[in-house]
Write a protein that binds this ligand. Structure first.
Ligand code: ZN
Ligand code: ZN
Length: 432
């Protein structure tokens, strides 16, 4: 692990400087098999011509310009770059520590360094685009990482960032382990109560570069003293969140476990719901009607339960995890049954190289591997409003391409063996 991190860090510097040259030159990628996620088809023997970072042509026999470089993936399965819609970079608690004990001991500068390492691990495993749905940081390290990558100073995935998770006082995004009589209050990064504070919090996020707004709509699992079944805000407050975000042309998502919180956020017009562990039949139908995306985050609960058994997380969090886990797969099955659009999100509070396991975790409740692959590619692009630019291998889209030796549609675990990653025409990794 340490070796890989060192290698990745070195790679980042080299690639940053060679990126512009590589992205401009024409490249012929020969794929043995190409996964067309929109038509749910595996197409054999395809060439992808990449020029200026964009897919120019795809076909079995296409005109390749003289001098084009060649990449031989004739024994591999090519797929669009993967998308993880639920990534935290700064949750870094040690064994037995609560998140709100760990977070105030780590500076934003440290988190930025940690975050660069983590996004490079994600990119290396095949995620060319990620969304940060709020993170534990008093400042804006996520925004700085996004900007540094966009400027070409570091290698990393495309990033869309909600810097913080806006929370009610005492909610999932507040720090609730501390005594009320401390001379200085230790609170979560962005607390807002009442319509006025809510609008101001949204405006502050946007002022400092937010692409997305994130709201803690219910209590959570890893936080202290809050209840996952309780809605964190009134309907009027949820409406204010969505109105302020949308008025400023930003999208908004909610962390929500209990059905009431899910329903209220959906009613308010939120673009996506994270977790939704206790979604009811009625709320599922409402999400279809409203076109709300569902990001289920399944692997993280498996991981929390495993850690709970080992006594590696606080006992109260283990109890909450056991409770919300009982309904989680039912929510995913409801979503599949009614046709709620699902996007993949891993919620990594675990080592980042395990984020890719979310694909396999989704197949436990979703019987169609194409459906899962769509969740981790084209549906993510649609959720982000970037469907015309990324999410599938199509002429005119960005050349975000991954490849692996075996077919993930036959066995989803195969996606954990990606050995080729290209982002915007730049080769990030090629093991073949
Ligand atoms: Zn959450
Ligand atoms: Zn999360």
């Amino acid at each position: 692990m340490q070796d890989m991190n060192n290698k990745l860090a070195g790679l980042g510097v080299i690639l940053a400087f060679s990126m512009s040259i590589e992205a401009e030159a024409a490249t012929d990628i020969h794929c043995g098999f190409l996964l067309d996620v929109e038509r749910k088809k595996v197409i054999e023997n395809q060439h992808i011509l990449v020029e200026g970072g964009v897919i120019k042509e795809i076909g079995s026999s296409i005109n390749i310009p003289d001098g084009a470089s060649k990449i031989d993936l004739s024994a591999q399965y090519c797929a669009p770059g993967l998308m993880d819609m639920h990534v935290h970079l700064f949750i870094d608690s040690k064994k037995g520590e609560t998140d709100d004990q760990a977070a105030p001991t780590q500076s934003s500068a440290y988190k930025a360094l940690l975050g660069i390492r983590k996004v490079q691990i994600l990119l290396n495993s095949g995620f060319t685009t990620i969304r940060i749905p709020g993170d534990i940081d008093y400042h804006y390290a996520g925004i700085e990482i996004r900007n540094a990558i966009n400027r070409g100073e570091f290698t990393g995935p495309r990033m869309l960032v909600a810097p913080h998770a806006i929370s009610q006082l005492g909610g999932h995004g507040d720090f609730n382990s501390y005594s009320p009589d401390l001379p200085y209050k230790i609170m979560g990064p962005l607390i807002a109560d009442g319509v006025g504070e809510i609008r101001k919090a949204v405006r502050k996020e946007i002022k400092y570069g937010a692409d997305w707004i994130k709201v803690m709509a219910s209590g959570g699992v890893m936080s202290q003293n809050d209840d996952p079944t309780v809605a964190a805000y009134t309907q009027e407050e949820f409406n204010a969140f969505a109105d302020e975000a949308h008025r400023q042309k930003k999208k908004i998502t909610a962390h929500a476990h209990g059905d009431e919180a899910i329903r209220m956020a959906v009613e308010a017009g939120f673009d996506s719901i994270e977790h939704a562990t206790m979604m009811s039949d009625e709320t599922a139908k409402l999400m279809v009607k409203k076109g709300t995306f569902y990001v289920p985050t399944l692997y993280v609960l498996d991981w929390i339960l495993e850690m709970g058994q080992k006594g590696a997380i606080p006992a109260s969090s283990y109890e909450k995890a056991k409770f919300v886990a009982t309904r989680h797969s039912k929510s995913v099955k409801l979503a599949y049954k009614y046709g709620i659009k699902m996007a993949l999100g891993s919620d990594p509070i675990f080592p980042m190289d395990q984020a890719i396991r979310e694909f396999r975790a989704m197949t436990v409740s979703i019987p169609d591997n194409w459906h899962v692959l769509q969740a981790g590619t084209i549906n993510g692009a649609e959720l982000l409003g970037l469907k015309d630019e990324i999410g599938s291998l199509k002429v005119g889209k960005q050349a975000d391409i991954v490849a692996m030796p075996q077919n993930p549609i036959a066995l989803m675990k195969n996606i954990e063996n990606i050995g080729f990653v290209m982002k915007g025409g730049m080769i990030v990794r090629n093991d073949y």
